[in-house]
Design a protein around this ligand. Structure first.
Ligand code: C2E
Ligand code: MG
Ligand code: MG
Ligand code: MG
Length: 296
């Protein structure tokens, strides 16, 4: 079968396709090719990062920037993460790729700071496999040391499902990171199974409300209920709340009215180059947003 053939082919070398036969189904073959290409991509410097600003809704200031990986494939052009992160995760290649992302993101944030730009937090997505590696914390320490970036200007984004795989281990790791001064946010919040009683014990600075709840939040009463409940929950737990995937003025209006702290989305900016972020940080604060009263 295909898996066995793939396994045997692997034994004969990474780029060896001599075991390819017609019965080798094309999906398995594609995946096999992808694995080989991913292995080479790091050495060939085919990865790059785009950056998407996160904005404080009250002040309109960019307070953080999320690093988002892109792969410039030799023949296919720019490839989105959803097409290769799962394979990178399965093969374990995500560990090396994630390490590169950490270093590059920290280096870039320090470079913006050194250029005299307003200080922002750089947010890096961490996958389950990466998070489970026992040396994650020392990898983070290395990235900070090599770049000279202060820990408080780095945030790691993890998902609920990642945390729930092993709550105790996750909390221990998050605590270690917090002791370093690194911040943690929960990405895609609301899409995974989250134990609300556990949530209050997480050393988490921010909840990122998933885009799927934001899409129709201007008209859909159910989404409005969920989003406003998550905002209150975050505030009660002393976490900031950011809405992701904000595309319209109506969504912004709802978020402001419901005391959401921050937003990220095409409405303000798509993910852009490091240079474009530099320009953005230099520019005046984005539109006058009304100050809002903080609720107790
Ligand atoms: P995510 O962490 O939830 O990142 C947000 C995704 O939503 C990004 O897609 C971003 O481009 C997109 N987005 C932001 N605002 C809007 C909007 O207003 N409208 C729409 N339609 N989309 C918006 P992207 O860059 O394709 O990344 C997809 C996912 O891939 C990320 O979701 C994250 O889970 C993963 N990913 C990206 N970079 C990395 C990385 O360096 N390491 C790991 N492990 N995962 C990564
Ligand atoms: Mg993210
Ligand atoms: Mg997200
Ligand atoms: Mg998402």
């Amino acid at each position: 079968n295909a898996d066995a053939a793939m396994y045997r082919a692997k034994e004969f070398g990474r780029d060896n396709f001599q075991f390819y036969t017609p019965e080798f189904n094309s999906r398995a073959h594609e995946k096999f090719v992808l694995q080989g290409e991913l292995r080479n991509a790091l050495v060939r410097s085919e990865f790059s990062l785009l950056y998407q600003p996160q904005v404080d809704l009250r002040s309109g200031r960019v307070i953080a920037v999320e690093a988002l990986i892109r792969w410039t494939h030799p023949t296919q052009g720019v490839v989105a993460p959803m097409t290769f992160i799962p394979t990178a995760e399965e093969t374990g290649l995500i560990v090396a790729i994630g390490d590169w992302v950490l270093h590059e993101a920290c280096r870039q944030n320090k470079a913006w700071q050194d250029a005299g730009l307003p200080r922002v937090t750089i947010c890096v997505n961490v996958s389950a496999r990466q998070f489970r590696e026992r040396n994650l914390v020392s990898r983070v320490v290395n990235a900070l040391r090599d770049s000279g970036l202060e820990a408080r200007h780095l945030e790691l984004e993890v998902t609920e499902s990642l945390i729930m795989q092993d709550i105790e281990l996750a909390v221990a790791t998050m605590n270690e990171l917090q002791e370093l001064g690194v911040q943690i946010s929960i990405d895609d919040f609301g899409t995974g199974y989250s134990s609300l009683s556990a949530l209050k014990t997480f050393p988490v600075a921010r909840l990122k409300i998933d885009k799927s709840f934001i899409d129709n939040v201007a008209d859909d009463e159910n989404d409005q209920a969920v989003v406003s409940a998550v905002i209150s929950l975050g505030q009660k737990l002393n976490m900031r709340v950011i809405a992701e995937g904000v595309e319209t003025e109506d969504q912004v209006a709802f978020l402001l009215k419901n005391n959401c702290d921050e937003m990220q989305g095409y409405h303000y900016s798509k993910p852009v180059s490091a240079q474009a972020i530099g320009k953005l940080l230099k520019a005046a604060a984005w539109p006058p947003v009304h100050p809002r009263p903080r609720q107790q």
